[in-house]
Design a protein around this ligand. Structure first.
Ligand code: CA
Length: 233
């Protein structure tokens, strides 16, 4: 894959400059937009590989930009918001954003989020080519047609809900999924009780995915927000 093109949408000049400098230093190609209207125009005319989107824009709500882009494209969107705006992040993720970055962020965080997203992108591209009947991530394998999962070649003894949970996370590898999204997918609803039981299922699923103490962590927790399946090397 060529160096991806990143669209930076940010009205704050100092944050924007930091992002531009970081991407330049690391040899990424980039485009810049200072407001929502420019963002939509740049996204539609240049089809960037990844979008960094500030949620607080002068002309429109960042969520609106996500909805517009999602009406024609699955390009990964990483939202940027202040620490106090957890609800905005959740709304953005539910509107179709892939990940988030909290202000103030470090250059390392920015690059780490970008790496996860670029990996997700190449995974999405390879999936459209090969058959999607099986999922492989490190030592984890899911055979969708048989309805079972394996770790290091050994079948995992999962309850139906744990299996469902694993499939939802696997199908969205690299993407942060909110509690609401996951419980909606599993139960078709989202009650407080469902989120509490989701936590319990997640603990048992995690244990089963950890064959030994040096096994990689497949599922990442985002406190107050949700979970993400990581691509393991
Ligand atoms: Ca802003």
């Amino acid at each position: 894959m060529n160096k991806p093109v990143i669209l930076i949408v940010e009205d704050d000049i100092s944050v924007r400059n930091l992002m531009v400098t970081t991407l330049k230093t690391h040899d990424y190609r980039y485009l810049v937009a200072e407001n929502g209207a420019e963002a939509i125009l740049e996204a539609s005319s240049h089809n960037p590989d990844v979008v960094f989107l500030d949620l607080g824009l002068p002309d429109m709500d960042g969520i609106e930009v996500i909805r517009k882009i999602r009406s024609w494209s699955n390009m990964p969107i990483i939202v940027i918001s202040a620490r106090s705006e957890d609800m905005d992040k959740i709304e953005a993720l539910d509107a179709g954003a892939d990940d988030y970055l909290t202000k103030p962020f470090s250059v390392e965080e920015l690059l780490a989020r970008l790496r996860v997203t670029v990996r997700r992108l190449s995974l999405m591209n390879s999936h459209t080519e090969q058959s999607s009947a099986t999922y492989i991530n490190g030592a984890l394998k899911i055979d969708y047609s048989a309805g079972c999962a394996f770790l290091d070649g050994k079948e995992l003894k999962l309850t139906p809900i744990e299996y469902k949970l694993l499939c939802i996370l696997a199908k969205n590898t690299g993407k942060v999924l909110t509690h609401t999204y996951i419980t909606q997918s599993i139960y078709g609803r989202c009650w407080e009780n469902d989120i509490a039981s989701l936590r319990v299922f997640m603990v048992t699923l995690r244990k089963k995915l950890k064959a030994s103490s040096d096994s990689p962590q497949y599922i990442q927790t985002h406190i107050g927000i949700g979970y993400r399946m990581m691509k393991v090397e």
